[in-house]
Design a protein around this ligand. Structure first.
Ligand code: PLV
Length: 329
């Protein structure tokens, strides 16, 4: 540990590129822009919110503790290392060993507790209390949403004043990314832009809540998109889904479609992302956007589509091979 560092007002995230995808645009018949959050230093968008939260809450902390499927942990470990604060990350056994290694390489202490994120979170809350550590939630906190909102401000700046998105596509786990995107859209006056909220079957707590008209706790996480694997969505994202001001379209894809999406993205865009991100990409590759247009739920003449490429560190070639073997055999 290098000791506490001067970090006042330091921003930990990068301004990421907004890339036009020729191949995706061809598929949906409108320009598709990719917000490349995979290029963040921690490997995903999470550093925006978690960096902001750590700045606000952890400056004088004796240590941070974060429960995570992997990516929130990577962001917390990165921010903590920058701040000279120790980080403990609790992950469930479903988090691949490659992420445990990456977390350790980022200087964090890693504990594996329980089968799914909810189990790891119970332990993190307990340790925060008993050890006096600063709890860093992966998706349910206003400071996270405020940090995530910065990505929409960047999209606005990249598109320029005369261009407005026809829709924004995001993946949903516990709903923190979606809350941040909504806050960002509100900040720039784009509340009329529809949002397509993507989950995989088996990690679909938001879709279940939307269908039930109330928050639902899933029995288990059966999807391989483990970083979407919160059993219950946060209350704020559910409240947004009930708001008549916003259009949030909740859609599901299978694990096979998410996997197909990450493989196609690798082939066509030369970028490897994890299954949680594959859910959003599958909105294009599996024809969800075109179907929504045919159903009249998105305009037939759609403005530019912005896809949040949320990224993720729970993938490498070995993990991709494992997923192919598991899901395609
Ligand atoms: N992952 C959280 C929660 O896991 C985590 O601990 O890392 N895309 C990626 C790559 C993610 O890692 C996550 C969340 C999401 C999307 C969904 O974001 P959320 O939870 O804010 O809706 C259990």
């Amino acid at each position: 540990m290098e000791g506490r560092k001067k970090v006042k007002d330091e921003v930990f995230h990068l301004n990421t590129p907004l890339l036009e995808s020729i191949n995706m645009s061809k598929r949906v018949g409108t320009t598709v822009y990719l917000k490349m959050e995979n290029t963040q230093p921690s490997g995903s968008f999470k550093i925006r919110g978690i960096g902001h939260l750590c700045q606000q809450l952890a400056r004088h902390s004796k240590g941070v503790i974060c429960s995570s499927g992997g990516n929130a942990g990577m962001a917390a470990a990165y921010a903590a290392q920058k701040m000279g604060v120790p980080a403990t990350i609790i992950v469930p056994s479903s988090t691949p060993p490659l992420v445990v290694q990456r977390l350790q390489d980022q200087g964090a202490t890693v504990k594996i507790v329980g089968k799914v994120w909810d189990d790891a979170n119970t332990e993190a809350l307990k340790l925060a209390e008993t050890e006096g550590l600063t709890y860093v939630p992966p998706f349910d906190h206003p400071l996270l949403w405020k940090g995530h909102a910065s990505m929409i401000a960047e999209v606005t700046a990249s598109l320029g004043p005369s261009v407005k998105p026809g829709a924004v596509v995001v993946s949903v786990g516990g709903g923190g990314l979606l809350c941040g995107v909504i806050q960002g859209l509100k900040d720039v006056g784009w509340t009329d832009v529809p949002i397509v909220a993507m989950e995989t079957v088996g990690a679909d707590c938001f879709n279940a809540a939307v269908k039930a008209g109330k928050l639902v706790t899933l029995d288990d996480i059966t999807s391989e998109a483990k970083c979407l694997g919160a059993k219950t969505a946060c209350k704020q994202v559910f409240d947004y889904s009930q708001s008549s001001e916003l259009t949030i379209i909740s859609e599901l894809v299978t694990d096979q479609q998410a996997l197909h999406a990450i493989q196609t993205f690798l082939d066509e865009e030369r970028v490897l992302v994890e299954m949680a991100c594959g859910a959003a990409l599958a909105a294009v590759y599996s024809g969800v956007i075109v179907r929504l247009q045919n159903e009249g739920r998105l305009p037939a003449l759609l403005g530019p589509l912005v896809v949040i490429v949320c990224g993720g560190s729970t993938i490498n070639m070995e993990q991709l091979t494992y997923l192919k073997h598991k899901l395609q055999s």
